[in-house]
Design a binder for this molecule. Structure first.
Ligand code: HEC
Ligand code: HEC
Ligand code: HEC
Length: 428
């Protein structure tokens, strides 16, 4: 029996296989796997660690096992958990589960998702570790208050979904980005209570204007911001990045790799173009930033053998083989550093962390080769890292502020583990 009045008749008309296919696609578009699957364990069996200010929690087992998973959930209970953050027993979930975005999901997509989890995901009888949040914070009452204040009801989220858009494609893109894709969970700034300051473009230009560091890496602005955002990216550039994790401007790392690996690489071209068209429609948040323009003087100096600028020698010795003296790299294998928002960001955390810990881009279905940037923490001193980072921030028209050795030292604490392995990707 379908649950929701208005949608019931057309849902019942669809056969189960088609619903399972649709539900699998919605699960990919929503990235459920990125948080509910730990590398080396069964899909959706949970147990991924989330370090919150109040303590550590673990994602739930969402396989249909009746004891350890969500096998006992009715469709209505499932819908409340996914869209409103309420567990079957009535307790509130922590918003590490992105229900404030999922609130926008349509009844049709939720129904398909439910059928997919119940009918085709394999039940796994395995408990996840108990949360490490000390009493009294472990009482979930404060989260109920949080939900009431910061998370939209499904009805109000839908009002926003149904605002007017310039085209049907842009409306679809907005649905995917603001709803299932929950891009804002990483790419929007958060307030004092860790709530996203805007949950859709309908509430202003803070939405997707850049977020706080996740595992040490800063999600950049996805708006048309100069230097910090996607100004300069074409529709095809965005589609290529979201399907392959690489394009002529940059390569994915950190949480974005997970978002592409588990999520966007599985989307249809039509949906990726819809997302790109929607992102291209977003006004800049900060209109005061000047356009980036390539300045050839640093390249000319290096090519003439002049490495007297701060950090130039470290760059030539350790970086130029891949990123080149002109800063253009060899995209898509080695990303350009000239004009790259990661390099020009006000906050140098991502940049310093990439140099300290390296990064790896795994192969994707449509781009099977993997590329790695080495970790330099063992090889270079804090002063040398500060120098080289300052060099790439000053060169090629990037014109960003210098970084000191003290900053590099302070960032060591929040540096991700040096790669060649990432916690949740099947790499060897
Ligand atoms: C960004 C990480 C993240 C994503 C993406 C995510 N979840 Fe979760 N989910 C969590 C965490 C963490 C919890 C546990 C929260 C808690 O204990 O308060 C959770 C809890 C749940 C629960 C509650 C189960 C229970 O009884 O404990 C359900 C159901 C659920 N998620 C389903 C989904 C589905 C379906 C998707 C995709 C549409 C999804 N989640 C995507 C992090 C995530
Ligand atoms: C788990 C956190 C997370 C989620 C979810 C996420 N991103 Fe990202 N994203 C990042 C981080 C961190 C970066 C910076 C690292 C990089 O450039 O890959 C980034 C970078 C990007 C870039 C490259 C920007 C540049 O200038 O190089 C694009 C485009 C992007 N994200 C689009 C999206 C879209 C669209 C979604 C939703 C479908 C999304 N992201 C969801 C964390 C996330
Ligand atoms: C062996 C080739 C190689 C060398 C040497 C190298 N890099 Fe990289 N670099 C890469 C690759 C590949 C990526 C993309 C990694 C990813 O996305 O996971 C990258 C990414 C980056 C990024 C992030 C840009 C983006 O859009 O992904 C920065 C910044 C960077 N490197 C700076 C440096 C600096 C500074 C040095 C020298 C200290 C250096 N690299 C040395 C290959 C290299």
């Amino acid at each position: 029996m379908a649950l929701f009045g208005g949608y019931a008749s057309d849902l019942e008309a669809q056969d189960t296989d088609a619903l399972i296919q649709q539900g699998k696609y919605v699960a990919e578009a929503s990235d459920c796997s990125a948080c509910h699957t730990v590398n080396g364990r069964q899909e959706f069996s949970g147990g991924m660690e989330f370090k919150l200010p109040v303590g550590t929690i673990y994602s739930s087992n969402i396989t249909p096992d009746p004891v350890h998973g969500i096998g006992a959930y009715s469709e209505e209970e499932f819908s409340r958990a996914v869209r409103e953050g309420v567990r079957r027993d009535g307790a509130s979930l922590y918003p590490a589960m992105p229900f404030p975005s999922y609130a926008r999901m349509s009844n049709g997509d939720i129904h398909a998702l439910y059928v997919y989890f119940m009918k085709s995901v394999k039940p796994v009888a395995q408990a996840v570790p108990a949360n490490g949040i000390p009493w009294p914070l472990s009482i979930r009452m404060p989260m109920t208050l949080w939900r009431a204040v910061f998370s939209p009801s499904v009805t109000s989220a839908w009002k926003d979904v149904n605002r007017s858009f310039p085209s049907e494609d842009i409306a679809r893109g907005a649905y995917l980005v603001e709803g299932p894709g929950h891009c804002g969970a990483c790419h929007s700034p958060r307030g004092m209570a860790l709530q996203e300051k805007a949950l859709s473009n309908g509430s202003g230009t803070l939405f997707l204007s850049g977020g706080a560091a996740i595992d040490g890496f800063i999600p950049t602005s996805l708006r048309q911001d100069q230097r910090r955002g996607l100004a300069g990216w074409s529709e095809d550039d965005i589609v290529e990045f979201l399907s392959k994790g690489r394009n002529r401007h940059g390569e994915a790392f950190g949480g974005m790799t997970d978002a592409i690996f588990h999520g966007t690489q599985h989307l249809t071209d039509a949906d990726l173009h819809a997302i790109a068209q929607y992102l291209l429609s977003l006004q800049p948040h900060d209109l005061s930033v000047a356009k980036w323009q390539y300045d050839p003087s640093a390249a000319k100096a290096l090519q003439a053998g002049d490495a007297s600028a701060q950090g130039a020698k470290v760059y030539v010795d350790h970086c130029a083989a891949c990123h080149r003296t002109d800063g253009h790299g060899y995209a898509p294998a080695f990303p350009p550093l000239a004009g790259n928002p990661v390099v020009m960001s006000d906050d140098p955390a991502s940049l310093v962390h990439v140099v300290q810990s390296g990064a790896i881009l795994p192969g994707m279905t449509k781009a099977p080769s993997a590329f790695a940037m080495p970790a330099y923490r063992q090889m270079l001193s804090n002063q040398q890292i500060a120098d080289v980072v300052t060099f790439i921030r000053k060169s090629w028209g990037n014109n960003a502020a210098a970084v000191t050795a003290e900053t590099v030292k302070a960032l060591e604490k929040s540096a991700p583990a040096p790669v060649l392995q990432s916690k949740n990707l099947p790499l060897n």
